[in-house]
Design a binder for this molecule. Sequence first.
Ligand SMILES: [Zn+2]
Length: 387
Amino acid sequence: MGTRIRLSAAAAWLACAAAVAADRYCENDVALVDTHFEGGVFHRCVVRDGNFVITIRPEDDKVRVPMPWYAFRVSPKKPGVAVFLMGFVDGDADRFWPKVSADGANWQPLPESVVAMSDDASRLAMRIPLRGAPLWVASQRLLTTAYYDERVRQLAAHPEITMRTLGASLRGRPLFVVETAPRTEGVLLLGRQHPPEVTGALTMRSFVDTVLADTELGRAFRDRFALVMVPLVNPDGVAAGHWRHNAGKTDLNRDWGPFRQPETRHIRRLLEVIEDRGIALRLMLDFHATQATENALFYTQRSQDGDGSAHAFAVDWLQRVQDRLPDIEFDHKPSKSESANAKNYFFNRYGIPSITYESGDETDPAWIHRATPLFAEEMMNVLLNAP
Ligand SMILES: [Zn+2]
């Protein structure tokens, strides 16, 4: 009898667990849909009337910013059309335009003709024609931890660059720091605190490539400044396809001060090492993405913050870029908040320009590749002009 009670309790627990655990695949007669790859995730997939009904929801109940990440693979069983009815729990279907890829690496926005959205942006429908080969569908292009492994290895082949790990994330993934030769002054770059902000990662890549280029300006800059970068601050969130948090249910860009998470603590320790080595930080740039801008948005200090020099840096920098490319549009928002974000932490601690460098969620990669090198070059020019 006792055994039977325990079994039924276990059965109830299993049923309950099944009700909350995320699905990894579903199928109909046309295709199999799965999330068995890095960054692949949806909460639930069921087939109803031949359609794939997919539910998207945040990774935990503390997520406050609706950044509905999803990514799944569609493997055709025969030529046909797969219809996806997507429901968003606590998220906006219109935050990200759905994208499709034939190889998981090169992505295109889905044509408007095959996407429909409900008026309240809680639901999205997609009709995707299938031929023989699998397709990937995602709210943003996939840049996984494997991408960063490759990127860091590639950077480390540069003769001036050293790469090491700061330590492990909460789930044991390495946190890489990539540095140019030590100098008495330094610039810190942070990336990917928020997993879905992929255009910010593309921007950071272009920015870094410009600073590392074998140009007169790049060489002069690297002779005077050490470039220190942590390109992937939140590897667990990226790997799991999170909307916002790390594996500790925390928005890492609200942990600069509390330092409750290993990822931010490792970077705090990195800063102590930088100070011990006699490197004076001159600038911090933190790469993100937002729907609040078409192309780029810079959250900087205000003129009344500190001695005004952090604001003056931003004005000089951004004006130089505008002068060189008068036709490009971007936004500058001097701001101050009490948020425990990197921008506030680095300004309060070091008094240096500490800037959240936002790309637009849907900014065309062509815009990023045209404009970002200029932002990098003028950043170098302004810092090299300083006494
Ligand atoms: Zn962000």
